[in-house]
Ligand binder design. Structure first.
Ligand SMILES: Nc1ncnc2c1ncn2[C@@H]1O[C@H](COP(=O)(O)OP(=O)(O)O)[C@@H](O)[C@H]1O
Ligand SMILES: [Mg+2]
Length: 357
């Protein structure tokens, strides 16, 4: 180092460097207020976060940074009073940029005193935490969605059980009682019993179908692949659309939560085919390797324009959410007239860990 080279050691140099540091910091609005709350200095960060140039804001009262409702309740002055009393205060809340948009700020106000202890102003450091807030809100919405999904799944399972066990049993008992009425040995046989028996059979079948639609017993008894086979057969029978199911590789013991999620995903995809696709063929391919499970559902229907989301449509969104919860990836491919294809890749580790859906 030559003797002429600038150093940080002299007090004057340190002061200048420190000012430079404060002025150039971009991520924090750092500025001084006079004792009455007028802006006295301004840095790059303040300009970036709040949108004012120094020449526009120096001399103005700092309450312009607060939303109108805060100004009306006197919050800016309360903060200065509190900082003057306590030496320093910290606050998180909405602040307003020059263009009127709001940002979520973390604000620290520190009171400044002269050598005699007289209040001369305040140092204010503001950070824009909007991204962090949005992230926290997103996480919160995702937690809530997982919770609602689990609650819905439990509710469906319990209604399905009640329908099957309680109503199903009662209908079976009713059928037996009616059958004894038609029994020639007991009393004069009644010819009009048969249609009633047939009607009860139809009701029993309906109850079973509704219960299975809510939660197919095969999912709990025989596992995911058997449940998808059941779904496919049911779809074929109901809509008369040709549907091929290809399962590659061995079935692994999937966890209950993952099985339910994948089952619901296929169910939603098939519901979409029935509702929107006007397809004549559907193909489902499931394959598991040592690390991943892949699932493809494609149809040859009318397709759709992806990208523009109808705010009332939650099917594809829900599929994405289920896959995300399992740590997987889902991709939708479609164009008008070119069918619709859904590709899902799920890490096997998430599929095997247990827990309820
Ligand atoms: N298999 C498909 N074929 C054609 N269009 C589809 C298909 N699946 C989804 N879509 C389109 O994507 C949109 C969003 O689907 P979704 O989120 O499930 O909502 P919803 O079924 O309630 O409309 C549908 O409205 C439809 O336009
Ligand atoms: Mg749908």
């Amino acid at each position: 180092m030559t003797p002429d080279e600038p150093t940080l050691s002299s007090p004057l140099q340190t002061d200048a460097h420190f000012r430079l540091l404060v002025e150039t910091v971009e991520d924090y609005a750092i500025f001084l207020l006079d004792a009455r709350g007028h802006v006295a200095t301004w840095n790059n960060g303040a300009q970036r976060i709040k949108g004012y140039d120094a020449c526009e804001i120096v001399g103005r009262h700092f309450s312009v940074f607060y939303p109108r409702e805060d100004v009306e309740t006197g919050k800016p002055q309360h903060e200065l009073d509190a900082a003057a009393r306590a030496g320093r205060i910290e606050d998180e809340g909405w602040r307003v940029r020059k263009d009127g948009t709001r940002f979520w700020a973390n604000v620290v106000v520190t009171a400044l005193h002269d050598a005699n202890g007289k209040l001369i102003g305040f140092a204010k450091v503001t950070r824009d935490l909007t991204d962090r807030l949005r992230l926290a809100e997103l996480q919160h919405a995702r937690d809530l969605s997982a919770h609602v999904q689990a609650a819905l799944e439990n509710e469906r399972a319990s209604i399905a059980r009640e329908l099957h066990d309680d109503l199903g049993q009662q209908l079976a008992a009713l059928k037996m009682q009616i059958a004894t009425l038609g029994n020639a040995a007991a009393r004069p046989p009644r010819a009009d019993i048969q249609p009633i028996e047939a009607q009860i059979d139809t009701i029993i079948a309906s109850v079973r179908r509704i219960a299975a639609g809510l939660r197919p017993p095969v999912l709990d008894d025989l596992g995911l692949f058997a449940a998808i086979e059941w779904l496919v057969n049911d779809f074929r029978r109901r809509y008369g659309i040709e549907i091929a199911l290809v399962i590659e590789g061995e079935e692994i013991e999937f966890g209950a939560a993952a099985s339910t999620s994948v089952f619901r995903l296929v169910q939603e995809a098939l519901t979409n085919v029935a509702r929107h696709a006007e397809a004549s063929e559907v193909r489902i391919v499931i394959g598991c390797t040592a690390a991943h499970c892949t699932l493809r559902i494609e149809d040859n229907g009318r397709g759709a324009t992806l990208g523009k989301r109808d705010p009332s449509a939650f099917g594809l969104l829900g599929m994405g959410e289920r896959v995300r919860q399992l740590g997987g990836v889902i991709v939708f491919h479609s164009r008008p007239g070119e069918g619709f294809r859904i590709d899902v890749t799920l890490p096997l580790s998430a599929m095997m860990s247990d827990g309820r859906a």
